[in-house]
Design a protein around this ligand. Structure first.
Ligand code: TMP
Length: 208
């Protein structure tokens, strides 16, 4: 039996990491084998591509190069990690997947949606998440949380608030057009309310 494919998305500071651990623990308590992974990354080659994408560089990076590197990492990840795990009946819990490309490279960088769709169809070959949790909160709140982390900012985190506003808008638009796959989780609430909502959605998936 095939496993299920879950991704988590959101702008920087939306609380993805905390909730990813919660989802993994909850599913494991139900006896599910969970394969936690991330994009860009998840394979040896993918993690090297991640370094290329996230390291700030004086010479910049063209939007098309950024887009294609995301998909190069993803192609490797799908073949080496995601598909084999699903075929073994494991549940794949992925920190970001293709919705991030539509939001960041589409919404944020302004690459035409039809071009991303063409590369996406070619790379995913029909694969899509069963459920995507979109952790949503106002950009200013997300940015305030990132500042508190006090790590050096990566190439995306260095962008201005207007960039993240475009990304948030694009994520919400996608969620509105695919409400059964993309579940919006209001991350400005307290953690107990967020986790109650997550548990309810996961319980529905388990029962299906
Ligand atoms: P992370 O900080 O959530 O690990 O993600 C790394 C960065 O990569 C984050 O700023 C979002 C960005 N990203 C894209 O721009 N496009 C994509 O397709 C993915 C997967 C991530």
């Amino acid at each position: 039996m095939n496993g299920k494919f879950i991704s988590i998305e959101g702008i920087e500071g939306a609380g993805k990491s905390t909730q990813l651990s919660f989802i993994r623990d909850f599913l494991e308590q139900q006896g599910i084998t969970v394969r936690v992974t991330r994009e860009p990354g998840g394979t040896e080659l993918g993690e090297q591509i991640r370094q290329l994408l996230l390291t700030p560089r004086d010479t910049g990076m063209s939007h098309d190069a950024e887009l294609l590197l995301m998909f190069a990492a993803r192609a490797e990840h799908i073949e080496q990690v995601i598909k084999p795990a699903l075929a073994r009946g494991e549940w794949v819990l992925c920190d970001r997947f293709v919705d991030a490309t539509f939001a960041y490279q589409g919404g944020g960088r302004g690459i035409e949606r039809a071009r991303i769709e063409a590369i996406s169809d070619w790379t995913l070959k029909g694969l899509q998440t069963d459920i995507t949790f979109l952790f949503d909160l106002p950009v200013e709140q997300g940015q305030a949380r990132v500042i508190k982390r006090q790590q050096e900012k990566d190439r995306f985190e260095q962008e201005k608030a207007a960039f993240f506003q475009l990304i948030r808008d694009c994520y919400l638009e996608r969620a509105a057009s695919e409400p059964s796959r993309i579940k919006v989780i209001d991350s400005s609430r307290d953690i107990a309310a967020i986790q109650d909502q997550l548990k309810a959605i996961l319980a529905e998936m388990l029962a299906a």
